[in-house]
Structure formats: structure tokens, C-alpha cells
Design a protein around this ligand. Structure first.
Ligand code: 6PG
Length: 243
């Protein structure tokens, strides 16, 4: 598998615009080829602009798109911290999105229960899968500490090679998160990182140029088995790459 593709763009708006077109093209290609497009959304702040652009931009095959999530906070769906809420307010809550094709992680449940529940949901979406489900596209962000999804440095879920979804204790936040595991993230046909802002420069350099262990920089564990890996980043986040 060739290494990741890196695209450095002017700013977050350019990242959102490029990503929106990227997803549009992948969605129609998947639907034309297989009748369905499976997309795992990322949380945090960076994808907000992208979700708004997807909602306002060229029409996607909404009725053929299955929306899942890469991770969630251990909070109810109306919490300001909820990734499902963020996505709903910017994209999945739109009238043209079929609500029955939006599969959120039930962050309101105890974390282990939420993880088991979501794994069984994914198993119904990917029937007959004996290994790990192959999403058409997984969106990921990058934390300033090198975490991605809710795979944080020195956290237990980094070592999970059997489950599809894990409840992960995050010491620095003193809370659990629910996250897709590395085997699922790496089974995708395509993984797209969106990275914006100077506070991500250290982590992005560590991911793309460093050799730190995955326990320290979890995003270095994203190496798709057969799929493509692309980083759409802005100049501020890429600032460390030239040094
Ligand atoms: C989450 C995310 C997480 C996020 C990074 C970057 O639930 O927070 O899934 O992995 O992508 O923390 O977050 P920002 O985009 O907010 O910088």
C-alpha cells in the first residue's frame, strides 16, 4: 500500500470545500458501483464547516447514504459535547437526510453498553462480515496530542484488535469515550483526515514525519490495510512539515 496523500490547502474553508467535493465524488462512485455509500463521520469542531458545505453543496445520494460515527462522548444526544448533535445540527438533521439511515452511538448509555450496542448495529449494517466492516469512507480528525477518533495516547483501546467498537477510558478527561477500533478504521476503503490550525502542527508532523510509537501518537496507527489514506490540512497545521 503506498503512503498517505497529503494536500495542503489555504485554510479551514478550503479544507471543507475540498473534502465536500471529495465525499460527493466517493458517494456517487460507491452508489453507482454498489448501490450504497457507507460513511463514518468524525466529531470535534473541524468537520462542522464540511458538514454545512455537504448540506448546502451539490446533491449527494442522500437516500443511499448510511451515516455512522467514528466515536462519541459518553453523553446524551442533546448534550453540547455530543458528536451526534454536532452532526445533526450541521448535516444529518437536514430534511433530505433519511433519519433511519443515521446510526448514532448511544452515548447516553454506560460506555461498555454503548460500545456493544453499536457493534451489534454495525454487524446488521455489514451482514456476513467475518473480519472487520469495510466502510467506503471514514472521516477522522487529529487532536493536538496525536489522538484520533477516541483513541488517545496510552489508552486501553489502542490494543483492541478484536472488537469493532470499544469503550475507552480517557484519563485526562476522567471519562469514557466510545470509539471504533484500529482494525475497523484500517479496514475502510478510504480514510480522510481533516486537520486545521496551528495547534495541530506538532501532532501532524509527529504523524507524518515522526517515528513515535502508536501508544504516544495513536494517529500513526491509521494505516489502511488495502484502502487509501489522505490528509487534507491547512497551512497552519502544515507549518511544521517543512522544518
Ligand atoms: C472527538 C473527535 C476527535 C476529534 C479531534 C480533533 O470526538 O472529539 O472525534 O477525535 O476529531 O479531537 O478535534 P477538533 O476538530 O475539535 O480539533
Amino acid at each position: 500500500m503506498s503512503g498517505p496523500t497529503l494536500r495542503v490547502l489555504d485554510d479551514l474553508d478550503a479544507v471543507a470545500r475540498t473534502a465536500s467535493q471529495w465525499i460527493h465524488d466517493r458517494a456517487w462512485a460507491a452508489v453507482n458501483a454498489r448501490g450504497c455509500f457507507t460513511l463514518a463521520l468524525s466529531g470535534g469542531n473541524t468537520p462542522r464547516a464540511l458538514y454545512r458545505r455537504m448540506a448546502d453543496g451539490p446533491r449527494l445520494p442522500w437516500d443511499r447514504t448510511v451515516f455512522c460515527f467514528g466515536d462519541e462522548r459518553n453523553v446524551p444526544p442533546d448534550s453540547p459535547e455530543s458528536n451526534a448533535r454536532m452532526a445533526r445540527e450541521n448535516l444529518t438533521g437536514q430534511p433530505f437526510v433519511n433519519q433511519s439511515s443515521v446510526y448514532r452511538i448511544k452515548g447516553e448509555l454506560p460506555a461498555a453498553e454503548a460500545a456493544a450496542d453499536y457493534e451489534s448495529t454495525l454487524r446488521t449494517l455489514f451482514p456476513g462480515t467475518t473480519t472487520f466492516p469495510g466502510f467506503d469512507l471514514i472521516l477522522l480528525g487529529l487532536g493536538p496530542d496525536g489522538h484520533t477518533a477516541s483513541l488517545f495516547p496510552h489508552s486501553a483501546a489502542l490494543a483492541d484488535r478484536t472488537r469493532w467498537v470499544a469503550a475507552n477510558w480517557v484519563e485526562k478527561f476522567r471519562t469514557h469515550r466510545i470509539t471504533l477500533t484500529f482494525p475497523v478504521l484500517n479496514a475502510a476503503a478510504e480514510v480522510l483526515f481533516l486537520v486545521s490550525g496551528e495547534d495541530k502542527a506538532w501532532a501532524l508532523k509527529a504523524v507524518l514525519k515522526g517515528d513515535a510509537p502508536i501508544s504516544e501518537i495513536p494517529a500513526r496507527g491509521i494505516v489502511p490495510t488495502t484502502g487509501r489514506l489522505t490528509f487534507l490540512v491547512d497551512r497552519a497545521a502544515a507549518a511544521g512539515l517543512s522544518t
